[in-house]
Design a protein around this ligand. Structure first.
Ligand SMILES: [Zn+2]
Length: 224
């Protein structure tokens, strides 16, 4: 009588050996519900949809048995760690830009995507993220969330801009955003500048006056 691992088919004489046994297929099943693994799995599906035009939906087992598994899971975990904004859109962008999968976890590539993405995202998503940022700041500092750009630490706020938490929509269309901008030192300005491309944003606001009015009004009402 023997005990067989139903993940790798290896057999054992003692049940206790099977229980402590560990193999890659078993590990992959055990980590299936981790957020990073799930994001990797969704990216793998998207990859097949967009690149291979494959209509047949891939299962998790297909994914776990794929030679791409490690690369996609690494990417999914990267998305979790750096809090990628809109991971499905990021994957579409990577595929459209023909970025090779070994480049997908590079910060420089994510920055390139983010600067592009912030220019086209819906303003409701912009506002939602700003409000979330304000509430997080309120939780950690005890101040009112709508004051985050007014009284927040300028290095932390600089980071909030380059990580996309605070969009140029918010900086340019709120009183506290303008204040924040005028208080930055040269070094901080250089960091946020690629995100705040004045020529682009001026044209954007001119082309979408209703969106700009909406953002301005919402932020004003909220006390930003
Ligand atoms: Zn096994």
């Amino acid at each position: 009588m023997s005990f067989v691992c139903n993940h790798c088919n290896k057999s054992f004489l003692k049940e206790s050996s099977l229980i402590v046994h560990s193999c890659e297929p078993r590990r992959r099943q055990q980590e299936k519900n981790e957020r990073g693994v799930q994001l990797g799995f969704q990216s793998y599906i998207k990859f097949y949809e967009l690149m291979q035009g494959s209509a047949k939906l891939k299962t998790f087992d297909d994914f776990a048995g794929s030679s791409y598994y490690r690369a996609f899971v690494k990417f999914g975990r990267y998305c979790v760690n750096v809090k990628v904004i809109n991971p499905p859109r990021f994957v579409e962008w990577l595929l459209k830009q023909n970025k090779k999968i070994d480049q997908w976890c590079r910060d420089s590539i994510y920055t390139e995507y983010l600067i592009d993405y912030l220019k086209i995202e819906a303003v409701d998503d912009v506002l939602l993220r700003a409000i979330e940022y304000g509430l997080d700041w309120e939780d950690t500092t005890g101040n009112l969330s709508h004051d985050c750009l007014r009284y927040g630490n300028s290095n932390a706020l600089t980071h909030a801009v380059v990580s996309g938490r605070i969009s140029p929509w918010v900086i340019y269309n709120s009183a506290s955003g303008q204040e924040f901008l005028s208080n930055l030192n040269t070094e901080q300005l250089a960091i946020v500048w690629p995100y705040l491309d004045v020529d682009f944003w001026q044209k954007k606001f001119k082309d979408y006056p209703a969106d700009q009015e909406y953002v301005k009004e919402m932020l004003k009402k909220a006390g930003w």
